[in-house]
Design a protein around this ligand. Structure first.
Ligand SMILES: O=P(O)(O)OC[C@@]1(O)O[C@H](CO)[C@@H](O)[C@@H]1O
Length: 313
């Protein structure tokens, strides 16, 4: 069983343009779509589509329009009732796959709502093998929110606590790395550079590895560093690997990182070694990038091309 938390879900509206975006101009869209989004929901959709048991915890007002999209998304949701409404995030894509994204802050949670989310994650984590904490934090929860969740789950579950993966950025990621001892983080190269405070050349695997090694294994169990069209790096205690994606036609890059994380967790749950986890992560990321909007990939969407995995150290 895998559990995800989406503290800050979003109704993802994707506007598909027939030509590149012209900032400041009027343009007609070719089509639009709406997905129940937010990083933990996206991870849960990919994991569920792969046939693994998964529950997605999220704060959600009972009458929120987001719920209709969530019901269509085919995930087992554990809703924590709140008063505010889910934000709507906008993505604009063009025929070349260039994706422009506008993300809103999200609804503020009251202290009672924050506690209810923590309690819901602790309750959902019974019997879970992985807990995925994913996405930005909404106003009101505090930048150490994921640290608080990790501590609560580990205190409640003890030796049976799930492995914990975190996909976030900025101060929330800094807090987790400082005090949360997560089993896995999934930054992209920009997020990793901001975290460590040094420039990274994403085209040079050794540059990424050097920076990630400042964290792994001293502060986090492993780092899955996604590099967009260049693939990803996995840095673990026992070694580091790089993998390049197969050629694909990019449609929308929204959710590609989430699908990579889903691929890693799926492979880990099935007992795969680190190299195979990275390979599946890259295949899932590529599949998501080849789909429109925030559509999560199913196994049938995975690219058939080769994904070479190279050992780095
Ligand atoms: O503001 P956050 O939580 O960092 O990102 C939110 C978001 O961009 O992440 C997903 C793609 O990764 C989308 O479904 C969603 O709109």
């Amino acid at each position: 069983m895998i559990v995800t938390l989406t503290a800050n879900p979003s109704l993802d509206r994707t506007v598909m343009l027939p030509a590149p975006l012209q900032v400041g101009d009027v343009q007609s869209a070719a089509s639009t779509r709406e997905d129940a989004g937010g990083k933990g929901i996206n991870v849960a959709r990919a994991i569920t589509a792969a046939g693994e048991e998964c529950a997605a915890v999220l704060p959600l007002a009972p009458d929120d329009p987001y719920d209709a999209a969530l019901r269509a998304a085919d995930v087992v949701a554990r809703r924590v009732a709140i008063r505010g409404n889910v934000r709507a995030n906008i993505a604009i894509t063009d025929p070349a796959g260039v994706t422009t994204k506008l993300n809103l802050p999200g609804a503020r949670l009251s202290p009672d709502e924050v506690s209810a989310v923590v309690d819901a994650v602790v309750a959902a984590s019974v019997g879970a093998r992985w807990l995925v904490l994913a996405g930005s934090l909404p106003p009101g929860v505090g930048e150490d929110f994921y640290v608080r969740i990790i501590a609560a789950v580990r205190a409640a579950r003890g030796a049976d606590a799930p492995l914990i993966a975190v996909d976030t950025s900025g101060s929330a990621l800094a807090a987790v790395v400082a005090d949360g001892a997560p089993d896995l983080i999934k930054p992209n190269d920009d997020e990793l550079a901001e975290l460590v405070g040094v420039a990274i050349d994403g085209s040079d695997p050794q540059s990424v590895l050097h920076v990630a090694r400042a964290l792994v294994p001293a502060r986090v169990g492993a780092a899955l560093v996604t590099l967009g069209s260049r693939g990803a790096l996995l840095v673990a205690a026992e070694g580091a690997w790089a993998a390049a994606p197969p050629p694909i036609q990019v449609v929308s890059t929204v959710g590609a990182g989430d699908s990579s994380l889903a691929g890693y967790v799926l492979a880990a749950t099935r007992g795969a070694d680190q190299g195979e986890r990275l390979r599946l992560a890259v295949r899932y990321g590529a599949a998501a990038a080849s789909l429109p909007g925030t559509k999560a990939p199913a196994p049938a969407d995975l690219p058939t091309g080769d994904v070479p995995v190279t050992r780095l150290d």
